[in-house]
Ligand binder design. Structure first.
Ligand SMILES: Nc1ncnc2c1ncn2[C@@H]1O[C@H](COP(=O)(O)OP(=O)(O)O)[C@@H](O)[C@H]1O
Ligand SMILES: N[C@@H](CCOP(=O)(O)O)C(=O)O
Length: 281
């Protein structure tokens, strides 16, 4: 059996929708999967020479979590940069779960989200990579859930990716155990508004992407990211940190006067399909 898994990157939080709001982006890792004797892994692109090439490889761990125990040959063509806040780990996990389901003859169902989200402890990126579009993810007890919404066609994301890496685990460690009630109330309103902005009325994205819940606490890990976000926002451009950073996600056109030196600026589509599996002969 041989097939190709194509999985989109994602941006999580989108301001104050911390651990809840996500959106899939048109930047794709591709993994060629074949049944084989033993385990072989080839990695091209992001993470080549860095990620393990054995059972501890994230894609393989997700394939195993999805129930496939047999031999495997993987060729990973990684385009999503690692540790930049574009959901590379969730994409790898979703690709592995999709491969595992395919190898065991299962349709992708709600268990796929559960298995994928358990790896990270939150489902925002995983739901976006799995379903595409805009997602709201949450948990009920131990069960992860998500709803998918259609993005408004006028949502035009642009990502500014610095060369510096930042681990999600590390910057989650910078967050306080508690926040003031006023900031929590602000976050609730802005996160709700962000759903409306992304699906119905992008003209309110500037207010919708304003954040008091996590960006300032994480600023010591990526001061240049916060500087660019503030410069863009002062000029009326909606901008916030993508996921746990350090990538900036902005919307619309970028004014020439903002200094984006050191950032790789890329305009991306919103992906609306989510993970895809295609048979190879
Ligand atoms: N395609 C992949 N294959 C194997 N491991 C991966 C892959 N993508 C990400 N990872 C692992 O996840 C780490 C990045 O995860 P994380 O800090 O959550 O950042 P990101 O925002 O990119 O998801 C990488 O350093 C690597 O260990
Ligand atoms: N809600 C999470 C999102 C992490 O996204 P990533 O792409 O940086 O892994 C968080 O903010 O920690």
């Amino acid at each position: 059996m041989r097939f190709l898994v194509s999985v989109p990157a994602s941006t999580a939080n989108l301001g104050s929708g911390f651990d809840a709001l996500g959106m899939a982006l048109g930047l794709y890792d591709e993994i060629e999967v074949a049944t084989a004797d033993g385990l072989s892994i080839v990695v091209e692109g992001a993470g080549s020479g860095e990620v393990p090439l054995d059972e501890t490889h994230l894609v393989v761990r997700a394939v195993r979590a999805a129930g496939y125990t047999g031999g495997l040959a993987l060729r990973c063509r990684n385009v999503i940069p690692h540790a930049r806040g574009l959901g590379s780990s969730a994409a790898a996990i979703v690709a592995g779960v999709a491969a595992g389901f395919t190898l065991t003859g299962r349709e992708l169902d709600t268990d796929a989200l559960q298995i994928a989200a358990e790896f990270e402890g939150h489902a925002d990126n995983a739901a976006a990579s799995l379903f595409g579009g805009v997602v709201v993810a949450w948990s009920e007890g131990e069960r992860y859930r998500a709803v998918r919404m259609e993005p408004d066609a006028r949502v035009r994301p642009v990502v500014l990716i610095p060369s510096q890496e930042s681990s999600t685990k590390t910057t989650r460690g910078l967050l306080p155990a508690e926040v003031p009630h006023s900031d929590a109330a602000h976050a609730a309103g802005r996160a709700a508004l962000a759903v409306h902005a992304l699906t119905t009325d992008p003209s309110v994205l500037l207010a919708a992407t304003e954040d008091r819940l996590h960006q300032n606490y994480r600023e010591p890990a990526w001061p240049d990211t916060v500087r660019v976000i503030n410069d863009l926002r002062k000029l009326g451009v909606p901008a916030c940190v993508s996921g746990a950073g350090p990538t900036v996600i902005a919307f619309g056109d970028l004014p020439a006067e903002v200094d984006v030196h050191g950032f790789d600026v890329r305009r991306l589509d919103v992906d609306t399909a989510g993970v895809r599996v295609r048979p190879l002969d």
